[in-house]
Ligand binder design. Structure first.
Ligand SMILES: Cc1ncc(COP(=O)(O)O)c(C=O)c1O
Length: 352
């Protein structure tokens, strides 16, 4: 995260994982709809209603949280005590690991492999689960690869969890970027699933910090109480704008779809032109995770940043130092230029 906050910025930044920011002026917000403070105690009722409609569950199954980040933290710290075993996919979003470490959980891992296109493999998970596993953590879509797990696979993960009396946290912050290919949310598959998400990545609304958890009501109560320690209530202005934004999601999603379709074609043309990269191409998502077949990713990232003013995310942040992550959620022209520059940097490191 310090790298992402301090060092990923560049004129051609393809290190981001979400789509470009949606502007306040593009939402139907009127000054008279806004207020600084309001009735937000255990949830602001209109926001709870809007999230309930979005997630397809009753409001008593939803905890509004400060982004998926806080949502994940609340889930992990509600379900895990120091020493409890949590089984986390590898590679994963680094902050999930960091949060589990901070809680003092015992972390075990199961692999999602490059060779399988980073598919979620219940057999690999089954080999790693133990009678002590309390929680299994997966992402759908997967960060960093955008691999999608279908409903049947998610159900199988749930069955494995149930056998050892564990629960499954599914981070679905990228799921809507699969559009009509997205399976139903895991939140609808049983109380052993807990889902987190937000308006950050797919909708370009990160500044609202509109995140949520879907869980069974008893857990929801415990998470609200834990959230009392973290900030008591959210910024009410953000809650009000989030309610308005949630009403606009279909329109935003159509714009996102067009952007990602165009950008994926640009990315695929780039991959077609490179024999030095190997990648499991995904038909959806906002990010891709190619493997560099020759040379060092750190060297590539350095040449790219210093000589070509372009940033990617080195795979070391995902425990896979021979990979790197490309984000395609930005504007198409800068993406095309960033990939042209990436091509030059790849050529340079081959020659040096
Ligand atoms: C898998 C995953 N979960 C959660 C987050 C954090 O999202 P938010 O901005 O909603 O806190 C990210 C951000 O990169 C992510 O990749």
């Amino acid at each position: 995260m310090p790298w992402a906050k301090l060092h990923s910025h560049a004129p051609f930044n393809i290190a981001t994982s979400g789509v470009a920011h949606w502007k306040l002026r593009d939402l139907p917000v009127r000054l008279e709809d806004l207020e600084i403070s309001g009735p937000s105690f255990y949830g602001f009722p209109p926001l709870q209603q809007a999230l309930s409609k979005h997630c397809g569950v009753e409001p008593d199954r939803i905890v509004a949280a400060t982004g998926t980040s806080m949502a994940n933290y609340l889930v992990l710290s509600t379900l895990l005590k120091p020493g409890d075993e949590v089984l986390i996919e590898q590679p994963t979003y680094e902050l999930i690991l960091a949060a589990a470490k901070q809680i003092g959980a015992t972390i075990t891992r199961f692999p999602r492999t490059h060779e399988s296109g980073f598919a979620l493999d219940p057999a690999a998970l089954e080999r790693a689960v133990t009678p002590r596993t309390r929680l299994i953590v997966i992402g759908n879509l997967h960060n960093p690869s955008s691999a999608l797990a279908d409903e049947e696979t998610i159900r199988q993960v749930g069955e494995i969890a149930c056998r050892v009396n564990a629960r499954v946290l599914v981070d679905e912050v990228y799921l809507d970027a699969a559009f009509e290919k997205a399976p139903r949310s895991a939140a609808l598959l049983g109380d052993h699933f807990i889902v987190t998400s937000s308006l950050t990545k797919v909708y370009g609304l990160s500044g609202l910090r509109c995140g949520w958890i879907v869980a069974e009501p008893a857990l929801v109560q415990a998470m609200w109480r834990l959230n009392d320690l973290m900030g008591v209530i959210p910024a009410h202005l953000a809650e009000l704008v989030s309610v308005i934004a949630l009403g606009e999601l279909p329109r935003i999603l159509e714009a996102v779809r067009k952007r990602l379709d165009t950008n994926r074609a640009i990315l695929n043309r780039f991959f077609d032109s490179r024999a030095d990269l190997e990648v499991a191409r995904q038909p959806f998502g906002t990010i891709a995770f190619p493997k560099l077949l020759r040379g060092s990713v750190d060297h590539l990232a350095e040449v790219l940043r210093t000589k070509y003013e372009t940033t990617i995310v080195p795979g070391k942040y995902f425990e896979m130092p021979d990979h790197f992550r490309i984000g395609i959620g930005g504007d198409s022209e800068p993406l095309e230029e960033a990939l042209r520059r990436l091509g030059h940097a790849l050529d340079d490191i081959m020659e040096s």
